[in-house]
Design a protein around this ligand. Structure first.
Ligand code: ADP
Ligand code: ADP
Length: 227
């Protein structure tokens, strides 16, 4: 069971007089797929980064399984994150790119090997492990970025516009892969996008944001049929 609670969360950056996130309040259920949607600058990334521990929370509390996490280091939050700019190390093999985060965390070789090969199998990358990122297509590189998160085996998955660098056709097929991945891994997922179609097709519930505020929370049907 992994539940995530954002209790009346506010964010004010030191160099900015306005609240970037203003009273964000959401209870996320175990295994739920939540999508934050809204135009650029409305506070989606900031909120996600506060969940990950990459930004301080100004006011309010973040709870994971009913434990307050505001002051917990990112590495102790049991969260895996996939970014828009999924910079892979160009000089490293796909295997080493996926293993990197585990090596940093001092996992032993056998465990790393098991996890990397398992992730490669899920993502159809088994035949590419010895290649360098430059030898892969855009879709395959995005899969490697997902692989880096999957190997962490974390119960919470955060994704920040993971498909926005891909062309339209690839976006559609990767969207389906992400939906399946969520099912198979059984993670609690928060996904950030400015794309309504992604929100509609992926979400259990959509959080519609505008200028720092939550405008609406509901299922895709509730949100997109009742404007
Ligand atoms: P989104 O992800 O929806 O595009 P962001 O969370 O990136 O929105 O930004 C929300 C607001 O916070 C914007 O007004 C943005 O300019 C501001 N902001 C983001 N990062 C910083 C920062 N490091 N310092 C000051 N203001 C920031
Ligand atoms: P984790 O998946 O545990 O965050 P990573 O090894 O993927 O571990 O990344 C650790 C940090 O380094 C992250 O903040 C990530 O965004 C950053 N990072 C990973 N790969 C690159 C890269 N090729 N260039 C720059 N930063 C990177």
């Amino acid at each position: 069971m992994v539940e995530v609670d954002l209790n009346h969360i506010y964010k004010k950056y030191p160099n900015n007089d306005k609240y970037s996130v203003n009273d964000f309040d959401l209870h996320i259920k175990d295994k739920e797929f939540i999508v934050f949607v809204g135009p650029s600058g409305c506070g989606k990334s900031t909120t996600l980064r506060m969940v990950a521990g990459l930004e301080d929370i100004s006011e309010g509390t973040l709870e994971i399984d009913h434990k307050v996490m505001n002051d917990t280091a990112p590495k102790d939050r049991n969260i895996a994150m996939v970014f828009q700019n999924y910079a892979l190390y160009p000089h490293m093999s796909i295997y080493d790119n996926m293993a990197f985060g585990l090596k940093l965390r001092h996992y032993n070789k056998e465990e790393i090997d098991k996890r990397v090969k398992h992730a490669a199998k899920i993502l159809g990358l088994e035949d590419y492990l010895d290649k360098k990122p430059g030898e892969l297509s855009g879709g395959q590189r995005q899969r490697v970025a997902l692989g880096r998160a999957i190997v962490r085996d974390a119960p919470i998955f955060l994704m920040d516009e993971p498909l926005s660098n891909l062309d339209a056709k690839l976006r559609v097929s990767m969207r389906a892969e992400i939906a399946k991945l969520h099912q198979d891994l059984g993670t609690t997922t928060i996904y950030v996008t400015h794309d309504q179609t992604e929100a509609m097709t992926l979400a259990d519930r959509v959080v519609v944001m505008s200028v720092g505020k939550v405008e609406q929370i509901g299922t895709p049907l509730e949100v997109y049929n009742n404007p």
